[in-house]
Design a protein around this ligand. Structure first.
Ligand SMILES: C[S@@+](CC[C@H](N)C(=O)[O-])C[C@H]1O[C@@H](n2cnc3c(N)ncnc32)[C@H](O)[C@@H]1O
Length: 241
């Protein structure tokens, strides 16, 4: 995981709150023409920068993408995997998606923080334990049009479980896509390998900094990519959802 600590997560300001171990960061989403329909999200983060209790740079990039693509999200069902502090899912909820935020079922502290963050931002998302590669009953009813995942491709030993879950959700919801942002450390080899192995198709591949406003980009570092993935036999009409 790479993070530029000197500037926080980029595009955020941090306000200390009471117990000294947490901060509340503020994240703004708006167009350059006056922020008329802007959205502001507050995230409770841990100073410990733990996985799931910190807004990772990939999350800032995926959240910005959701914001810029907001017309796609209105009224659709969205599931965020490994949501942690949940910034992309919260933006999706703010622009009118029906959002289920999920996180490793064993990480109760993170799941509790997700509920607190939903309350803080006055959004009604469902918060659910969903461990990749584990088939609890609740997963069978999920039919998201979009699956989101920020910085979930960081531990190669978890890739099979993650992609088993992603593939299940894509198959359970025809025409759906998985949109993920990740640190690109291998050129495009990793994504190519995963697409072949899981019989998936890369629908769109972007440099994460190509659409990020410069005032957000200046606080982030690394080579972050964003990819949209669908089933390899997805019909042309289904890709547009
Ligand atoms: C690097 S953090 C990213 C968190 C958040 N998406 C972000 O970008 O700020 C990876 C997240 O994946 C979650 N995670 C790791 N393994 C998982 C698993 N097997 N099942 C579900 N979530 C998992 C972690 O708890 C953590 O929240």
């Amino acid at each position: 995981m790479e993070v530029n600590n000197s500037d926080g997560d980029g595009g955020s300001t941090e306000t200390p709150v009471t117990n000294g171990m947490t901060t509340v960061s503020h994240h703004y989403f708006g167009d350059s023409n006056g922020f008329d329909d802007a959205v502001s999200i507050k995230i409770i983060e841990s100073m410990k920068e733990e996985y799931g209790l910190f807004v990772w740079p990939c999350s800032v990039i995926l959240a910005e993408y959701v914001w810029q693509q907001r017309s796609r999200f209105t009224g659709i069902s969205v599931v965020e995997l490994g949501a942690g502090t949940s910034l992309p899912g919260l933006v999706a909820a703010k622009v009118g998606a029906d959002v289920i935020l999920t996180e490793d079922s064993n990480r109760l502290e993170v799941l509790d923080n997700m509920r607190r963050v939903c309350e803080l931002n006055n959004v009604k998302c469902e918060v659910m334990g969903l461990t990749w590669g584990v088939w609890d009953e609740s997963i069978f009813s999920l039919q998201p049009k979009v699956i989101l995942g920020a910085d979930v491709l960081y531990d190669s030993s978890a890739f099979d479980n993650l992609f088993a879950t992603v593939k299940f959700l894509l198959e359970n919801s025809p025409g759906s896509v998985f949109i993920t942002s990740y640190h690109n450390r291998s050129g495009h080899h990793l994504i190519e390998f995963l697409m072949v192995k899981w019989r998936l198709k890369c629908v769109k591949l972007l440099d994460g900094f190509s659409f990020l406003p410069s005032w957000k980009a200046s606080g982030l570092s690394g080579n972050i990519q964003l990819v949209e993935i669908g089933l390899s036999d997805m019909g042309k009409n289904e890709q547009a959802f």
